[in-house]
Design a protein. Structure first.
Length: 302
């Protein structure tokens, strides 16, 4: 006999920056993983459900209200009119390195730090704690209900900055110019940002930790390697190898396939979500990059 228990409806994921390269990939891919994505971006596109800023506190408050969400034409006229409340957030929206040429440092601080803080605090505010008391059995305790069950922050390996190409004076003749040395990068590598992009992303990672530690909001930071389709901004590198060949070579040490980032985001959601078999992760930082063919050996063995 077939079970009469209805299948659970797909959980809803808010994707910021849904008109961007990664955001669009997530919007198109998440349904195949069993999730219903909602996109927000300041740039209209076919993958932006709502047009607006993730730093708009009033918009976020509305998005986290199930009644408001379901009343919106973009939702009520869709294939999911009875959509579940937003349970997960994947925060992709950001000012990227190329924006250094067109935006001020203050704009980077506002978007990548201040607006990210607004989103984090809005997500953390969905947590409610109720106190239960059982007078008959003299038992009391508290129950925490969290609407937002996971928060995935998309960061970058650019936060490592100067650690990516450390200058070594060993084996260099006196008077010869120093050349960048190779380095194995792990989650424990110090972040030494060399531009406003890396600095603001690193600062936002710290905010993720702070808000997570001060609330019941779980957060995972994914420090992704390069995945942009645009040409490298280093003309010498482009001219030496050509754009496609350069990107292919980078997969060995500093690039990642888009499909792997999408699957990492899904893994992040699942890792933060507790079930009857496990407790969810409350915080973590992970590098997402193509598998390196190089062994991590002591420098003297290179």
């Amino acid at each position: 006999m077939a079970s009469s228990t209805p299948s659970p409806r797909p959980q809803t994921v808010l994707v910021t920056g849904s008109s961007g390269h990664l955001g669009r990939a997530l919007m198109l891919s998440l349904p195949s993983y069993g999730y219903t994505p909602i996109g927000i971006d300041i740039k209209p596109s076919s993958t932006a459900t709502f047009i607006g800023s993730f730093g708009d506190a009033s918009l976020l408050q509305n998005l986290f209200s199930p009644s408001w969400l379901r009343a919106q034409p973009a939702i009520s006229s869709s294939s999911h009119p009875n959509i579940e409340p937003i349970s997960h957030i994947i925060h992709c929206a950001t000012l990227h390195k190329p924006h250094i040429e067109s935006h001020t440092k203050a704009q980077f601080v506002q978007t990548n730090i201040a607006d990210t803080l607004t989103l984090l605090e809005a997500a953390a505010a969905t947590t409610t704690t109720t106190f239960n008391s059982d007078l008959e059995n003299s038992n009391s305790g508290e129950t925490t209900t969290t609407i937002i069950k996971s928060f995935t922050y998309i960061s970058t390996t650019s936060t490592f900055g100067r650690s990516l190409s450390p200058v070594s004076s060993s084996s260099v003749p006196a008077g010869a110019p120093l050349k960048p040395a190779a380095a194995h990068i792990t989650e424990q590598t110090p972040c030494l940002p060399k531009n406003i992009y890396g600095l603001t992303k690193s600062s936002a990672e710290d905010l993720c930790y702070l808000i997570s530690s001060q609330s019941s909001l779980p957060v995972i930071v994914l420090k992704t390697s390069r995945f942009f389709p645009e040409e490298d901004d280093d003309a010498d590198r482009r001219n030496m190898l050509g754009d496609e060949n350069l990107k292919l070579c980078e997969l060995a040490y500093r690039r990642v396939d888009m499909a792997d980032i999408v699957s990492a985001c899904v893994a992040s959601i699942r890792a933060q979500t507790p079930d009857e078999k496990k407790r969810g992760l409350t915080f973590g930082k992970y590098i997402i990059s193509g598998p390196s063919p190089f062994l991590e050996l002591p420098r003297e063995d290179w």
